[in-house]
Design a protein around this ligand. Structure first.
Ligand SMILES: Cc1cc2nc3c(=O)[nH]c(=O)nc-3n(C[C@H](O)[C@H](O)[C@H](O)COP(=O)(O)OP(=O)(O)OC[C@H]3O[C@@H](n4cnc5c(N)ncnc54)[C@H](O)[C@@H]3O)c2cc1C
Ligand SMILES: N[C@@H](Cc1ccccc1)C(=O)O
Length: 534
């Protein structure tokens, strides 16, 4: 489908709904069903519905004043989209920069956490650390905003056959490459299933043709022997080589023979394979060139810096019936801003603490979002030993250590220096690290990383910066687990008087910028619909 076709389809949906006919509810109904017009559907993949495009065009104009609380992706998107339709928006952001959880750390950046710990990043020029979001799936509306805002993107390597798996608690003494682990697990699983199939164990489920087709599939899927070889898995070059094939008669040195079946299952390496099957984590994935914060930067530029008040902490919201008053503290001074409407795009657990007159039900609903902790550390190295010595170009190593994941950079290949994400963890593991000083976090991450990567993990380190989202002022958590379908959740999908709510927590894509974008678009649509109807 060409972009043009899809844009036209989306825009037509909007015009029909909001513009001239504009009956109440029609726009939202159309948005919900805003797949493809029947005539267009015939020429495109029929199953793909693209309801949320960045050519989100509000028809009809309004100069109404809107105050937006929070300058994260949801707040910025709200002001950006309303701005296109003429609204007079002001964003109040408590932090010293926009972006919220979309945070990229570069050399010179300074952050003070809730415990008063100050970190000044000293990364080299050109080295950056995405402390929050790092990847974008192709179908996400985030991609459309990158295109519309002119933010260049590049592939983010989310899976790599040459990255490692290391399960210490399963008794592994050294890491195994993904490709090796997959070859062995797929091989043995195929062997077992082929044997069971051939011995008739599945005859009640399979026709003769099914059985033959399944056996043929398993032979290629697991690289196993045929019937004559009793379907045995005995290894394959998919495991990799200790010396890769070369010129002339050099067939290379295969990476040994597979461990016995029960050792492979005991190592539990297979637990990581399904990650890349996820609809949200499957390759290809993308990242903005130069850091994830290129997105909020571009949004802020499009909104206009004069519309964004930084270091402005919202302290009260009062709905006066015909207008909304918002009180905020900036530079030690208390100020007030009055607007026709307000869109509150703060984390729900923080909005719950802001005094307001929107009702106890709203407070209770806002306070009912369980919050998860998460943390990451960026380790800058003076050499790219993971590329030169271990032949890992991007991707993720999976572990059962409390560091959970190690990410290799998807940019700067073959450069002089580079940044590895030395831990990315959640829940209890994240809280273990967030309770430590930055130096202790770095030491803990390094002492574990050397088990996988050897001495260079320590000796080549230049500097590090760690971010604990549960200890970040004005965020206090990584993401929430909404109680979908409850009266409280549904209450916040509606405006409370003149106050609307937005954020990834009001979507089914929590922990993704996509969720923040679509929730903002939903609030904007409802607000505009009301203004046009009024
Ligand atoms: C570790 C981590 C990894 C992630 N990985 C990915 C990923 O790979 N891809 C992806 O797309 N998404 C990812 N996400 C999710 C993504 O970051 C969020 O979904 C998105 O950024 C949320 O935007 P938001 O505007 O809803 O909320 P926020 O970014 O939380 O914005 C809320 C804003 O409100 C401000 N605020 C709070 N209190 C006040 C106050 N009193 N007054 C004024 N302002 C206030 C905050 O400072 C903040 O700027 C990740 C998040 C984390 C934490
Ligand atoms: N979106 C975040 C959090 C997340 C992790 C795993 C699955 C789903 C969401 C990330 O990709 O890192």
């Amino acid at each position: 489908m060409s972009d043009q076709t899809q844009s036209m389809v989306s825009r037509r949906g909007f015009l029909r709904a909001v513009g001239v006919s504009g009956g109440a509810g029609a726009m939202l109904a159309t948005m919900g069903a805003m797949g493809l017009a029947p005539s267009a559907a015939a020429s495109v993949t029929p199953a793909f519905r693209a309801p949320e495009r960045s050519d989100f065009t509000l028809t009809g104009r309004s100069g109404a004043k809107v105050v937006v609380l929070g300058g994260g992706i949801a707040g910025l998107t709200t002001a950006y989209e309303l701005g296109k339709a003429g609204y007079d928006c002001t964003i109040l952001e408590a932090r010293h920069r926009v972006g919220g959880r979309n945070l990229t750390i570069r050399g010179g950046d300074v952050e003070t956490d809730l415990d008063g710990r100050i970190q000044r990043a000293s990364f080299s020029d050109g080295v950056y650390f995405n402390a929050g979001p790092g990847r974008i799936a192709q179908w996400m509306v985030t991609m459309d905003y990158c295109r519309e805002l002119g933010v260049p993107i590049e592939v983010f390597t989310n899976q790599n056959a040459d990255a490692w798996i290391y399960n210490e608690s399963a008794g592994m003494t050294e890491p195994v490459r993904y490709r090796t682990a997959k070859a062995d697990v797929y091989g043995y699983v195929s062997e077992l299933l082929a044997k069971a199939t051939d011995q008739g164990a599945l005859d009640s489920r399979l026709t003769t043709e099914d059985r033959d087709r399944l056996l043929s599939f398993l032979q290629s899927f697991g690289a196993i022997g045929g019937r004559a070889g009793d379907w045995a898995y005995t290894g394959t070059n998919r495991r990799g080589f200790s010396g890769y094939p070369g010129a002339g008669n050099d067939v290379g040195s295969l990476l040994g023979t597979p461990p016995p079946l029960s050792d492979v299952f005991a190592s539990n390496v297979g637990r990581y394979f399904s990650f890349e099957f996820g609809y949200d984590q499957a390759m290809l994935m993308f990242q903005p060139v130069g850091g994830m914060d290129q997105i909020p930067r571009a949004l802020a530029k499009a909104v206009g810096q004069h519309r964004i008040r930084l270091n402005a902490e919202v302290t009260a919201v009062t709905d006066r019936g015909s207008r909304v008053e918002v009180t905020y503290r900036q530079g030690g001074r208390q100020s007030q801003i009055t607007a026709d409407y307000c869109v509150a795009a703060l984390p729900p657990h923080l909005m719950a603490r802001v005094p307001h007159n929107l009702g106890a039900g709203v407070t209770a609903a806002l306070a009912d979002f369980p919050v998860t902790a998460s943390g990451k550390i960026g380790l800058e190295y003076r050499s790219r030993w993971w590329e030169t010595d271990q032949r890992i170009y991007g991707g993720i190593t999976e572990t059962d250590l409390d560091l959970s994941h190690i990410w290799y950079p998807s940019y700067g290949f073959h450069g002089k220096r580079g940044l590895v994400v030395g831990y990315y963890n959640t829940g209890a593991n994240a809280r273990t690290y967030s309770g430590l000083t930055p130096e202790q976090r770095s030491e803990r991450a390094i002492s574990q990383g050397v088990k996988i990567h050897g001495d260079k993990y320590r000796s080549e380190l230049v500097t590090s910066y760690s971010h604990a989202w549960d200890r970040t002022r004005y965020i206090e958590g990584a993401w929430t687990s909404p109680r979908y379908g409850t009266p409280g959740y549904n209450l916040l999908l509606q405006p409370a008087g003149r106050v609307y709510f937005a954020g990834d927590w009001l979507s089914h894509e929590v922990a993704w910028q996509h969720g923040a974008f679509v929730a903002a678009r939903s609030a904007v649509s409802a607000l505009h619909q009301r203004v046009m109807a009024g």
